[in-house]
Design a protein around this ligand. Structure first.
Ligand SMILES: [Zn+2]
Length: 235
């Protein structure tokens, strides 16, 4: 009997947006580490001593000025700078960390390895290194491992047990949003080495973020071997 479904078009048209997308993860509230707690405690003690010596004791003592200022500085530093985990983005453009208005991004194609160092997931890039605490970013870490394994499995220097205790990524974890701030000008075409100086000439592999000049897009990505051609996206 002939095939029941001859030449039936694929019903599941592959859905791939014509632009780069990513998910954003905010850090989980986690308590400060022991060193930060210790610094904060010393600061609070010194501050208390300073307040007593300067404002409560009669007469006021000049020596109290130093613990007053130093203690306030230490306590404020521990509060504002200690262990601040930053929002993380994971998607077509790689992995990025938001530092205020700046974004440090490592595309998948620029990663050398993804591995654990203690409780931190480390992304070693050709130009930058990113680190994520499992405690502060369990969801982002789980997504980085899942996406990296799907996109460029050779990068993932991880044991199967690495995902033990991590949440299972699901579509509802964070919405996909368009990547607006990917840097393309000044990067070299992965096919020809030609530097792309105009953003409109850039085309990107949606799987690994490799960049090509629009006139030199290969049929398959030379970095990750994913089908490319007309699937390459502009920014
Ligand atoms: Zn690619």
């Amino acid at each position: 009997m002939a095939n029941k479904k001859p030449a039936q078009k694929k019903e599941k048209t592959e859905k791939h947006a014509a632009f780069l997308e990513e998910r954003r993860f905010v850090p989980q509230a986690s308590g400060p580490s022991t060193p930060v707690l210790a610094i904060g405690a010393v600061g609070a003690l010194a501050l208390g001593l300073g307040v007593y010596g300067r404002f409560i004791s009669e007469p006021a003592h000049d020596w109290a000025f130093l613990p007053l200022v130093g203690g306030a500085g230490l306590a404020a530093g521990a509060l504002f700078f200690g262990d601040r985990a930053l929002p993380v983005r994971v998607g077509d453009a790689g992995v990025a960390v938001e530092r205020g208005s700046d974004v440090s991004r490592v595309p998948w194609c620029a990663m050398k390895a993804v591995e654990f160092e203690g409780t931190e997931l480390v992304i070693r890039g050709t130009e930058a290194e990113l680190r994520f605490s499992r405690a502060a970013h369990p969801l982002a870490v789980a997504w980085i491992i899942a996406e990296g394994t799907r996109r460029l499995p050779k990068l993932m220097n991880l044991k199967p047990s690495a995902v033990d205790g991590l949440p299972k990524p699901s579509e509802g974890d964070a919405p996909l949003t368009r990547v607006e701030d990917v840097q393309v000008a000044g990067r070299a075409c992965a096919n020809t080495g030609r530097v792309v100086s105009y953003e409109g000439d850039a085309r990107l592999c949606k799987n690994c973020g490799a960049l090509y000049h629009r006139e030199s897009v290969p049929k398959t990505c030379s970095v990750c071997s994913a089908p490319l051609g007309s699937r390459a996206v502009s920014v």
